[in-house]
Design a protein around this ligand. Structure first.
Ligand code: PEP
Length: 250
């Protein structure tokens, strides 16, 4: 049975008070697509205001610290995200793996901490262009998956994996449909090996230059259970056609 599609926007370091109206527009338009789960992951400092502006709509964070509290200047704990009203968080985005040198072990700890606090998690994995070009994409992504996902199969339903080829993020380039299908199939098989039957409950999102013009064909691929969307999530006029495509794909 197909999983409900999840279309999540990653606003990265975009969004101030004057953008709350855009969030409100997206939340209101999303009500027309009750078959799709829609979420926006906004800067931590905007979460509480966004939640107040759009009660009932899913607002998330973009990162979380693995510790409950302590001497971690500038970091945000899972409890703080929950306290601000977030219902989910991204972990392991390639921009953080790269700029903050986050390891798979750290990302696994973050995912575990977030899930334990009741947050849903979108955990990102993906290969660089050089890895794709030398033909090692599937093997590399599966080893990232193995090392980053939490051990507990009971957490599977609240976990989504976002397959995001690094070279596709913000570049306008995407893998071929066959390459997306191959990767999502490999991820699903590995999740089932790790979690037994529970692996089928984990949503596998595609991310990397998803836009209104390519969303339909991407959502038609088996085991593509939604999308993580960066640039095209900032404006309702770009984001809502992607949500509509997810709704049509069922
Ligand atoms: C992302 O950063 O998660 C992303 C998918 O970005 P974009 O859609 O802009 O490629």
């Amino acid at each position: 049975m197909p999983l409900r599609k999840l279309v999540a926007g990653n606003w990265k370091m975009h969004g101030v008070s004057s953008d709350l109206a855009e969030i409100a527009q997206i939340a209101s338009a999303s009500r027309e697509y009750p078959q799709v789960d829609v979420a926006l992951c906004v800067p931590a400092i905007l979460i509480e205001r966004a939640v107040r502006a759009v009660p009932g709509f899913s607002i998330g964070g973009q990162d979380v610290h693995h510790a409950e509290k302590g001497a971690h200047t500038g970091c945000t704990s899972a409890r703080m995200l929950v306290d601000a009203g977030a219902v989910l968080t991204i972990v392991g985005h390639s921009e953080r793996r790269d700029a903050q040198r986050e390891s798979n072990a750290e990302i696994q700890a973050k995912a575990h901490a977030a899930l334990q606090s009741g947050l849903n998690v979108i955990l990102c994995i993906g290969e660089s262009l050089s890895v794709r070009e030398r033909g090692d994409a599937v093997e590399t992504v599966l080893s990232q998956l193995e090392a980053s996902i939490p051990d507990e199969p009971s957490e599977a339903a609240e976990l989504a994996i976002a397959y995001e080829p690094i070279w596709a993020i913000g570049s306008g380039k995407t893998p071929t449909i066959d390459e997306i299908a191959e990767m999502h199939d490999a991820i699903r098989n590995r999740l089932n090996q790790r979690y037994g039957g529970e692996g089928d409950r984990v949503r596998i999102l595609y991310g990397g230059s998803v836009k209104p013009s390519n969303a339909g064909e991407i959502f038609a691929v088996a085991d593509v259970d939604g999308a993580l969307v960066g640039g095209a999530s900032l404006k309702a006029e770009d984001f809502m056609p992607i949500v509509a495509a997810a709704s049509r794909a069922g």
